[in-house]
Design a protein around this ligand. Structure first.
Ligand SMILES: C[S@@+](CC[C@H](N)C(=O)[O-])C[C@H]1O[C@@H](n2cnc3c(N)ncnc32)[C@H](O)[C@@H]1O
Length: 264
């Protein structure tokens, strides 16, 4: 899909409630994963790590009555066309959710770097993070900070958009989720092969095993799993042979989840 058509498509996805439905599914999976460890019927202190401009999970967890803080470099009230567009996008998202827009004074959004969290030790019951770890350039610092700000026994629910999947170069599309077909002129897994198409956002290029090893240094791993797949039909035997260092499972995992608990 041509890049220019992506924005109207994104708006349509918001208007039709498709984005909200996907975020709700993700929240439901998160709640199911953490249910054996945290009673979420009680209001909890939650940190949304890199909440994003749309603030999708921040908004959903607040809606459930929890005290949610979001931190993101993008939480900066700058006047720009893109920020204005996101004001509208958030209005549509919250309208689909059935709530009016949150007054500025009730927002708990901090502009900051996730590698140096401006929060006290043991402040949170739960840290969530969606589609963000792949952008962090100092993952060990972030994981150590997540441990520091979690209460003993607190849980981290981390969902990563891995570099190894077809859309892992973040330069294919942001509206086709999962990716169905490659844009004209672009080969599947270009970012792991020829790298003809440049990257437009920072990416650490970490693999699943690296994330798991880093979390294992600080946390008890409760589980890891691939929540969403993409690109099975794109993976020809030729590409599979070329990328033989990767398993088929890794090459087709669009959303890799780590559930980890801070030791008591
Ligand atoms: C793809 S967005 C995901 C946002 C959101 N979690 C979501 O699911 O829509 C990644 C976010 O990570 C933020 N980010 C990347 N590196 C960061 C850092 N070191 N500190 C704070 N935020 C960061 C970006 O500003 C961006 O909003």
């Amino acid at each position: 899909m041509p890049k220019l058509l992506e924005y109207p498509r994104y708006a349509l996805q918001l208007l039709r409630g498709e984005r909200l439905a996907g975020e709700r599914d993700q929240q439901a999976d998160c709640l199911a994963d953490i249910a054996p460890m945290i009673d979420m019927q009680v209001p909890r202190q939650i940190l949304d790590l890199a909440n994003g401009r749309l603030r999708p999970q921040y908004t959903l967890f607040k809606r459930l009555g929890h005290a949610v803080t979001g931190i993101d470099m993008a939480n900066w009230p700058q006047r720009s066309a893109i920020n204005l567009a996101y004001v509208v996008a958030r209005q549509i998202y919250t309208w689909r959710l059935g709530i009016t827009y949150e007054p500025r004074k009730r927002r708990t959004l901090v502009c900051g770097d996730v590698g140096r969290l401006p929060f006290p030790d043991a402040a949170y019951d739960l840290v969530i993070s969606a589609a963000a770890f792949e952008h962090f350039l100092d993952v060990p610092a972030v994981v150590a900070e997540v441990k520091r700000v979690l209460k003993p026994g607190g849980v981290a629910w981390i969902s990563i958009h891995p570099f190894a999947c077809p859309s892992g170069g973040h330069n294919v599309t942001f509206t086709e989720y999962p990716l169905q077909r490659m844009p004209a002129g672009m080969e599947a897994w270009d970012h792991l092969r020829q790298r003809r198409i440049p990257f437009t956002v920072p990416l650490n290029e970490w693999r699943q095993a690296q994330y798991v090893a880093e979390f294992t240094r600080h946390f008890e791993i409760i589980k890891t799993y691939c929540r969403t797949r993409e690109g099975d039909a794109l993976l020809t035997t030729q590409i599979e042979a070329e990328l033989r260092d990767y398993s088929r499972d890794e090459l087709t995992c669009l959303q890799f989840v780590i559930v980890a608990r801070k030791p008591l």
